[in-house]
Write a protein that binds this ligand. Structure first.
Ligand SMILES: [Zn+2]
Length: 436
């Protein structure tokens, strides 16, 4: 069986569109009735005016800042974002707070089960099956994705091994000890586990991992392939967030990500106006409406994720819409010396062409009136001085071609750059202090 839900995953396009419009209306009226945020935001918009997908485009977007603002109200800590009575809430989650004050996310048992079901689609699509013993190399804390991965693995029939309260070396030992054959992690942490295993004299490919699901950071294709080569396994990507849930995942064809329909209505809008739906192959901002979560309703949530719209057919037979690639966050796109710059371009180049680079960090500073960009680079031990000089020159040249910017290349001693377990922060723009 190739599908977790053969009926939903192969519905004709027109059927999916019909169902999503119907679910959207239901979400709209629930939100307007139960959440203070949407009672105020949707005032003056009547459900009877929402007859076609075009009508949906007239409804205002929701952003993170609004969620934060409405959470200042009672009842603590969810305030006006609650879509059910606070007594029905059974689980507390929150965002990581990397861009400011965290958003608190209430889940009732019903809403939580909805999230788990979405995750079953993502895991099954990535080939996870009951034969897999899945190692989750993290302490979960209040962060939603690990809990979702945990419970969805159980629901799917995998055997889940929680890997909290261990250091990376301890986790490598645990993988070997219990013969784990599946893993879920950030791309950065996957690379770090491989590095640590090598330091211990263990080839990561000998660990026996067959399948890896990645999340948490935009993953360039070069990084995905590097992980596949290091572990000798299949690596899959997915995208989501704490507020809307994971909303798209990679199937075994590994050609972009399927939107999990009809659980989400996903619009990909041009980033200048945030109004027009972009064409296939074009870049846009993902705007997501989860179509079944009542405890924390969201309507047209601006994820600030930049994605390239994909084609609508896939060799796997699923009929859902696809995104071709996750480009990054709108927050990460910067103008440097007048050139539009995305940190993902540097990661793609480094992972693809410089296997000797173990870790790196990009620093943008203003010196006088000029912006200066530096890549701090940590290389594998054992390179000679001459090899390091050549590497420095190759990096400078390669990055100049890829980004149109001249980089300072700074070499750092082994182990000096930070290793991230959750979201990597390799890009530091020191020119401004932002408060979003
Ligand atoms: Zn597919």
């Amino acid at each position: 069986m190739n599908f977790w839900n053969p009926y939903l995953e192969t519905l004709p396009r027109e059927e999916l569109d019909k169902i999503e419009l119907c679910y959207f209306k239901r979400t709209f009226s629930h939100a307007k009735e139960y959440s203070v945020l949407y009672r105020e935001k949707l005032e003056g918009i009547d459900l009877r005016d929402v007859k076609t997908p075009d009508d949906i485009k007239k409804i205002p977007l929701t952003d993170k800042e609004e969620l934060r603002r409405y959470q200042e109200m009672e009842p603590f800590p969810y305030g006006g974002t609650l879509g059910r009575s606070i007594d029905e809430v059974t689980t507390f989650r929150q965002t990581s707070g990397t861009t400011g004050k965290p958003v608190y996310v209430p889940e009732t048992y019903e809403s939580w089960q909805w999230r788990i079901e979405v995750w079953c689609h993502i895991l099954y699509m990535a080939g996870f099956r009951p034969r897999h013993r899945v190692f989750l190399p993290f302490g979960y804390n209040v962060y939603v994705a690990f809990w979702e991965a945990h419970y969805a693995s159980e629901k799917l029939g995998c055997e889940l091994v929680p890997g909290g309260a261990l250091d990376t070396k301890g986790r490598v030992h645990k993988i070997i000890e219990i013969r784990a054959n599946g893993m879920m992690n950030t791309p950065t942490y996957g690379l770090h586990i491989a590095e640590e295993a090598k330091n211990m004299g263990i080839d990561p490919a000998s660990l026996g991992i067959e399948r890896m699901l990645c999340a948490g950071e935009p993953m360039p294709e070069a990084t995905r392939r590097r992980l596949e080569a290091l572990f000798g396994c299949h690596v899959f990507d997915h995208i989501g967030g704490t507020e809307p849930c994971a909303w798209a995942g990679m199937c075994e064809a590994k050609e972009g990500l399927h939107i999990i329909e009809p659980f989400f209505l996903v619009e990909i809008l041009d980033r200048e106006t945030l109004q027009r739906e972009v064409e296939e192959g074009e870049i846009g901002v993902a705007v997501v409406t989860p179509l079944g979560r009542r405890s924390f309703p969201l309507i047209r949530f601006n994820t600030k994720d930049l994605v390239i719209k994909g084609r609508e057919t896939c060799p796997c037979g699923r009929t859902s819409r696809k995104i071709k690639e996750v480009v990054g966050r709108t927050d990460d796109l910067r103008k440097i010396r007048g050139v539009l710059f995305s940190p993902k371009t540097v990661e793609a180049a480094v992972r693809h062409e410089f296997p000797e680079v173990v870790e790196f960090e990009i620093l943008v500073e203003r010196k006088g009136i000029m912006d200066e960009i530096t890549i701090r680079t940590e290389v594998a031990p054992g390179l000679s001085g001459q090899e390091i000089d050549q590497l420095r020159a190759r990096l400078r040249e390669n990055l100049k071609v890829k980004t149109n910017l001249s980089f300072h290349v700074q070499m750092e001693p082994p182990g000096s750059l930070p290793r991230y377990t959750l979201k990597a922060k390799r890009f530091k723009d020191m020119r401004e202090i932002r408060n979003d």
